[in-house]
Design a binder for this molecule. Structure first.
Ligand code: PHE
Length: 445
């Protein structure tokens, strides 16, 4: 397969934006706050930040290096870089993981469309009267509605991926990220000035370390991979569209920092409001959708801000979903020679179908492995496939590419990477060991 014709990112900033677009999504604004609320608040935030710093960054750089060095998607990368076919299992697991995540991701992303529209309807008045929880409950148990929004979201995602990377994705991200940032800042200002907000700030920032358990660590680890789009090959795939003279160290740094900043800000907007309005911090997956409408209802031009926020959440989810489908479709395109359009539509349709039982499980059934179907999909992806994938990815970059890795990272010495030695040992020993311990301890501990 000739690489001369491989699509590439339009510019350096284009890549950073697209990779941030992959990273920043529901993971930051929906999942991070609700997991923080369920897992002890500030102590969880603290553990999360440590994991991002030592493990997240290490894996991010490893994935980008593997992608760029091979110029292939997750499976092909290992095929090109190693003679041992067993490594390709890592890529395979990643492709499966991408499909599993996208199946329920599309469901939750559909909620943002519903809420953007509902901002103009009765959402504000219901939330003002304290009914946001019931409103959310009634919506997610209406399976037909949930599936309709899921399908709309998935069709849009497939359409973009079928059209190819480049222009579209990059342009959407350029506008979305600054807008999201601005609206989060406005939300924070409103949330922290609500009466009773101090308790939320305390919950979010003052850690009680007795709340950290083996499960907490695994949840934080899985969330770090989920939020940074790691451990399943999405960043390998995105890295494969990078040019040889891009600086992947600074790119990794920007992407990891921006993703973490947005998650942190989202929590900062949500927890003060949670306590000010008497919502339970451990309320679960509905937390963002239950809390924020109440904040908007207490703001001037609340309808406008509410709609703007959910539209941005939709965009954030959209750019992430695109990368998920891209990671899956790249396999069928690169390795089986399918056209981009065929790979996108066929796999996209299959993944949408897999999402339907997740949508239904919000109403109680079906179950799988003794939990709701959607919970089972989440468990499989972020507590099993991503940690395992990440272990093999860092081991591969650290040991299997040992003779050429420094050259790859620094683009043949074009850039300097002062912490190279630290990174290499993080990748070879510290990160895989830490992930393995957290994994074993979290699953069986
Ligand atoms: N990082 C995305 C988010 O936070 C989800 C995602 C996971 C995207 C894995 C790609 C790969 O919403």
């Amino acid at each position: 397969m000739g690489n001369e014709n491989r699509e590439q990112w339009g510019s350096k900033i284009g890549f950073v934006l697209a990779a941030s677009g992959s990273a920043i999504g529901l993971g930051n604004i929906w999942r991070f706050p609700y997991l923080t609320g369920m897992n002890g608040g500030a102590a969880f935030v603290f553990v999360y930040l440590l994991i991002v710093l030592f493990i997240g960054f290490t894996v991010m750089l490893a994935e980008l290096v593997i992608g760029r060095a091979s110029q292939r998607g997750a499976v092909g990368a290992f095929k090109v870089l190693s003679k041992n076919p067993l490594w390709q299992l890592t890529g395979w697991a990643g492709v499966v993981c991408g499909g599993v995540i996208l199946s329920y991701y599309g469901v939750v992303a559909g909620w943002s469309i519903k809420y953007a529209i509902a901002s103009f309807g009765d959402l504000m008045s219901v939330a003002e009267a304290g009914g946001a929880g019931d409103y959310f409950g009634a919506f997610i148990t209406n399976t037909t509605q949930v599936v309709i929004y899921q399908v709309i979201f998935m069709i849009m995602t497939i359409y973009v991926v079928a059209g190819g990377i480049g222009g579209g994705i990059e342009r959407a991200c350029k506008f979305m990220m600054p807008a999201l940032f601005a609206i989060l800042i406005i939300l924070i200002v409103r949330a922290v000035t609500l009466p009773g907000a101090e308790k939320g700030i305390e919950f979010y920032l003052n850690p009680d370390f007795s709340k950290i358990t083996g499960t907490t660590l695994l949840v934080a680890l899985g969330q770090a991979f989920f939020s940074l789009s790691l451990g399943m090959g999405a960043m390998i795939t995105y890295g494969s569209y990078l040019k040889r003279n891009d600086n992947i160290v600074t790119s990794s740094f920007y992407v990891v920092s921006m993703d973490t900043l947005i998650a942190f800000l989202a929590g900062f907007a949500i927890f003060p409001a949670v306590f000010a309005m008497g919502v339970q911090p451990g309320a679960g997956p509905g937390l963002t959708f239950i809390t924020l409408p109440g904040v908007f209802a207490r703001m001037p031009a609340g309808v406008f801000f509410s709609c703007a926020f959910f539209v941005l959440l939709f965009f954030a989810a959209f750019t992430s979903a695109i990368s998920l489908l891209e990671a899956v479709a790249a396999y069928f395109k690169d390795e089986l020679g399918w056209s981009r359009a065929k790979a996108s539509w066929i796999m996209g349709a299959a993944i949408t179908a897999l999402g339907v039982p997740s949508a239904m499980s919000l109403g109680g059934t079906p179950e799988l492995f003794g939990m709701g179907f959607m919970d089972a999909m989440e468990y499989l992806s972020d507590k099993i496939l991503m940690p395992l994938g990440a272990i093999f990815i860092v081991l591969f970059a650290g040991w299997m590419m040992a003779d050429k890795i420094e050259k790859e990272i620094t683009s043949d010495g074009q850039y300097t990477f002062g912490l190279y030695n630290v990174w290499v040992w993080l990748a070879r020993v510290v990160a895989p060991t830490a992930i393995a311990i957290i994994f074993v301890n979290g699953i069986w501990g």
